[in-house]
Design a protein around this ligand. Structure first.
Ligand SMILES: [Zn+2]
Length: 135
């Protein structure tokens, strides 16, 4: 396996950036409005007035998707940790690409971009924060 100077430098840059990462939370933070289960609620009126928007934290726990509503205070508190998690994923993807270039140099550069992961959030979500390159 040959490592050239620029690949070595790129690896050092990534390792250094990874070393700077702070706390990072798994899952994604989404903000969305929703309909409740009540038949005569305003959220089912014409025009519908949905509840929220509220912030939800969605993640996998033991293979199951778990969603928890977050307070405004929690959102302010946790948001940097979701940002860190996104940075971590970006750096890790770059390191993977760089390393693949070492073992499969013929494919370097021609490899298709990794598919963005579908979110577990409903289609009605209004905006996604710190959920990675999904938009
Ligand atoms: Zn309702």
């Amino acid at each position: 396996m040959k490592v050239n100077r620029s690949q070595q430098a790129a690896q050092r840059r990534l390792a250094s950036a990874l070393g700077e990462i702070g706390f990072a939370l798994p899952g994604s933070l989404t903000v969305r409005a929703y309909r409740c289960g009540k038949q005569n609620c305003r959220c089912r009126g014409e025009p519908p007035q949905l509840h929220g928007p509220y912030a939800f934290w969605t993640r996998k726990i033991d293979g199951k998707t778990v969603t928890r509503m977050l307070t405004d205070e929690e959102v302010a508190d946790y948001e940097p940790l979701f940002d860190n998690a996104r940075k971590l994923r970006e750096l890790m993807n770059k390191l993977h690409e760089l390393s693949l270039g070492l073992v499969e140099p013929a494919n370097a550069g021609s490899r298709p971009k990794p598919r963005t992961r579908p979110t577990d959030a409903p289609a009605r979500r209004r905006r996604t924060k710190a959920a990675g390159p999904q938009e």
